[in-house]
Ligand binder design. Structure first.
Ligand SMILES: Cc1ncc(COP(=O)(O)O)c(C=O)c1O
Length: 459
């Protein structure tokens, strides 16, 4: 007997419906993003400047203005191990919070490493292999990206070295084991293996590390070896591009559900899972559809809500080119909150520009509130979310409550970017009432932003 779409819980696509093309929002953005600048000359960087770090196919995707880019068959073959991912109607969450709104979520935790990250890891490993690189170096915050790239490199037959932010390395030993099982090498960052790492350790022997520091180490590693390229799990245009399979599938699944979202929500670290879900919906918003697009970030690292839009380095040691983005300053070290993947000083330039143009808005949340929503979600929908993804859950619950207060009924869609099976220490601390709320003081933001004084100003 067929189930009425309004009663249905899961909306599934057939493997043959896996998107064959990535969607490139650069083709539709009302304001073009600012050029990436060479820090020495202040001039736009060209493909040759980036060639030591990335394969040419990814550099071309970085600057492409084509609306759609074909996904290679070898990449589709690996993505089909877990894609298309399911879209759920959160009937039980709706009942638990007593809302009149409908809540849907796209679940990316079904991938082998447990998050959205392999959507780009597989593509990056593929292009690097195609152009003859045999080894990739990268950073990881929470460990999700490091696991995703280790997995992708293993399946593509490449070596992989992971610099893992030290606080997460200590909090999440099982992520380390997973990375080892997929055959990669992993060290805590700051490490003794690079000049940048040794310089940080000399000044701060107890540094908890940060994504900015770990990026510096991975870039230094890749720049120093012919066989090695650098691979970044977020922020860059091509990474966001690879994630758009999420939103394209979700568009088809919302159609199956006979519903169209008024609100689309994702958590933002560097911005890749948010972009993955939101960009295909923003394509419709730019074409005239009314959709509220909400980015959720931690109050301890409030890049979009309290940072500035400016040119800044992507890493702490100033090895990367300058990009125009929302930033808290490249030497800002976020407090060691448990959403390790959201501890980054910047946000993707494409998202920053969309925020600037009023197409995306942002909110920041305290971690105890986020964990309260995570536990409500786990107690109704069953899935234990990653602390990063729980920011999107909190955003969805807040949105539903605000609609109820206003006497409105909305259709809310959020991205559940990963499961939290390796984040149980964080849950233990929350449940024991020992999780600290860190609301950043203005003085620290002012201090950190002094680091970008004197850098070029965006147009
Ligand atoms: C589950 C999960 N969600 C979200 C993020 C944040 O990254 P991004 O903003 O690039 O999606 C991470 C990063 O590690 C993650 O592991």
């Amino acid at each position: 007997m067929a189930i009425d779409a309004a009663q249905q819980t899961k909306f599934l696509l057939d493997e043959s419906q896996l998107p064959r093309r990535w969607y490139n929002i650069r083709a539709d953005m009302p304001t073009a993003p600012q050029p990436v600048l060479h820090p020495g000359t202040g001039q736009p960087v060209g493909p040759d400047d980036l060639a030591p770090l990335f394969p040419m196919a990814l550099i071309q995707q970085e600057v492409s203005e084509e609306p759609e880019i074909a996904i290679p068959d070898e990449v589709l073959g690996i993505l089909s191990l877990w894609r298309p991912t399911p879209l759920f109607r959160a009937h039980r969450l709706e009942a638990a919070i007593g809302t009149r709104s409908r809540i849907f979520y796209k679940y990316e935790g079904v991938s082998p490493p447990g998050s959205h990250k392999p959507n780009t890891a597989v593509a990056q490993a593929f292009y690097n292999k195609q152009e003859g690189r045999t080894r990739l170096a990268t950073e990881t915050g929470a460990g999700q990206w490091g696991s995703a790239l280790s997995f992708a490199c293993r399946l593509m037959g490449l070596e992989c070295k992971v610099y893992m932010v030290r606080i997460s390395y200590e909090q999440k030993p099982s992520r380390r084991s997973m990375i080892h099982a997929w055959g990669a090498e992993i060290v805590p960052s700051p490490s003794e293996d690079t000049q940048c790492g040794r310089a940080v350790l000399a000044e701060h022997p107890d540094s908890p590390g940060s994504l900015g520091i770990a990026i510096s180490e991975a870039v230094e590693d890749a720049a120093g070896r012919e066989d090695t390229a650098y691979s970044l799990g977020s922020v860059l245009n091509h990474v966001l591009l690879h994630q758009t399979v999420i939103g394209q599938e979700a568009l088809a699944q919302m159609e199956l559900a006979g519903a169209a979202p008024d609100v689309v929500i994702g958590c933002v670290g560097g911005g890749s899972n948010f972009a993955g879900l939101a960009f295909p919906f923003l394509r419709e918003k730019i074409a005239g559809r009314d959709i509220d697009v909400l980015a959720c970030e931690p109050a301890a690292c409030p890049t979009l809500t309290r940072g500035v839009f400016a040119y800044d380095f992507g890493d702490t040691s100033k090895l990367t080119p300058l990009v125009a983005m929302h930033t808290l300053g490249h030497d800002f070290v976020p407090a060691p909150i448990h959403a390790g993947g959201l501890r980054y000083h910047g946000v993707a330039p494409l998202i920053s520009q969309l925020v600037r143009d009023g197409l995306v808005r942002a909110e920041a949340y305290l971690q105890n509130d986020v964990f309260a929503s995570a536990v409500t979600f786990a107690g109704s929908e069953g899935i234990l979310p990653a602390p990063e993804a729980a920011h999107a859950i909190h955003g969805a619950i807040q949105t539903a409550r605000a609609a109820d207060d206003a006497g409105e009924k909305r259709t809310i869609l959020f991205n559940l970017s990963g499961h939290g099976h390796f984040d149980m220490t964080a849950y233990d601390r929350y449940l024991a009432g020992t999780l600290e709320d860190i609301d950043l003081d203005e003085g620290e933001i002012e201090r950190a932003l002094r680091a970008i004084e004197g850098l070029p100003t965006p147009a």
